[in-house]
Design a protein around this ligand. Structure first.
Ligand code: SF4
Ligand code: SF4
Ligand code: SF4
Length: 370
């Protein structure tokens, strides 16, 4: 039977191949008309505002504007030709127009999951770079507390105009149920940015938060989530989000000087305290953490983990307590999983190798002459 690492690699290759085939099929049938692609932000005016993005030109407004208070248009005698000529695009046309967008998103998600399944550090950092560039600055479309508001308030982006967004949202939800907060560990552009900062800053500059404080501080994000949801449900106003999420930084428009100063302070503090925002403050991370209680495929542990503390010390997210993995805090960064499989560092393997060595030496000893 193939070892688990090989099985994972094969599964990842199979999934990647399927994704490629889907993209090729889409491209073969639909690309010739993709030049009519509508911009990503062709979402409803409401949803665009909720997502912190300006609505695209010509984007349909939802809900329909109330015309009761508006001045009446002057009557236009014999001028109804435009209305009759106006074509309402079919769903297939909208789908074709978004092929490029869907293809790019699919390719990005493939990269993220191949890096996740292969447990490759190099690929992880390639994914981070792609996340910051593509999900962050290019699309400026991270999952957000606004989407949680949308779930509770029934105001999500219009499906037919936002297929790539729905792909990202579905992958986020399904992967969280299957493996935990993979979205945080691989896909989120802000998380990718802070994890990349971690590598750039020499460890001697870092402040290690004592375990007791770290544990208590990790509850703050649940408090922020509860407060933000209550605020939204009472006021129906989603515009609290720029004050509790810094994701607007990728869209670089329309924020006050005070907010940029706040962001600079947050990022500077993150240089010294690893993943500060993600570990202690992010309401979306808290929301995904709650879903992670249902994680199906959990991180494996050896019996030796109950006394060994190597992984606990290595985890930068405070997600290991003795032998237990705290599902709500774990972002599936792979660090402990690499140690789990490391035959030179993990005591489980070292003990087995040592036992085998002793047995081999005993067997090699000449048996006493009778
Ligand atoms: S905790 Fe928040 S900011 Fe951090 S990676 Fe997760 S969603 Fe992104
Ligand atoms: S190094 Fe091995 S034994 Fe130690 S905690 Fe990690 S997986 Fe467990
Ligand atoms: S080191 Fe392990 S427990 Fe900690 S966040 Fe990474 S995958 Fe999760």
């Amino acid at each position: 039977m193939a070892p688990p690492g090989h099985r994972r690699a094969r599964a990842a290759t199979l999934v990647a191949t399927l994704f490629v085939l889907v993209i090729l099929a889409l491209a073969a049938g639909l690309l010739p008309i993709a030049s009519r692609a509508i911009p990503f932000s062709t979402m409803t005016a409401n949803a665009a505002a909720l997502m912190g993005q300006p609505p695209a030109e010509g984007a349909p407004a939802s809900p329909a504007p109330d015309t009761a208070d508006q001045p009446e248009k002057p009557a236009q005698t014999w001028d109804f030709g435009d209305d009759e000529d106006e074509d309402v695009p079919s769903f297939a046309q909208d789908l074709r127009a978004q092929v490029r967008d869907i293809g790019l998103m699919t390719a990005y998600l493939m990269l993220a999951f191949v890096s996740f399944f292969r447990k490759s550090t190099a690929l992880k950092y390639v994914t981070f770079a792609a996340s910051i560039g593509y999900i962050g600055f290019y699309k400026s479309q991270l999952m957000s507390i606004v989407n949680v508001f949308g779930l509770f308030g029934g105001n999500l982006p219009v499906f037919r105009y936002n297929l790539a967004w729905y792909l990202l949202a579905a992958v986020t939800l399904v992967s969280t149920v299957l493996w935990g907060r993979v979205y945080c560990g691989r896909i989120c552009a802000f998380g990718a940015l802070t994890q990349t900062l971690d590598v750039i800053i020499p460890p001697r500059f870092r402040v290690d938060v004592p375990r007791a404080i770290e544990k208590r501080a990790s509850y703050i994000k649940y408090g922020i989530l509860a407060f933000a949801l209550a605020f939204f449900l009472v006021t129906k106003n989603p515009l609290i989000y720029p004050y509790i999420e810094p994701f607007w930084m990728f869209g670089i428009y329309g924020r006050s000087a005070g907010m940029w100063v706040g962001l600079a302070i947050l990022l500077t503090a993150t240089l010294f305290i690893r993943n500060l925002y993600c570990r202690f403050l992010c309401p979306l991370g808290a929301f995904l953490g709650l879903i992670s209680f249902a994680t199906v495929f959990r991180i494996k542990r050896w019996s030796e983990c109950s006394t060994c503390r190597i992984c606990q010390k290595a985890c930068e997210w405070g997600a290991i307590e003795g032998p237990a993995i705290l599902k709500t805090e774990c972002v599936r960064c792979d660090d402990c999983e690499r140690l789990y499989a490391d035959e030179k560092k993990c005591p489980h393997h070292l003990i087995i190798i040592r036992k085998a060595d002793i047995l081999a030496r005993r067997a090699a000893r000449p048996s006493p002459v009778a």
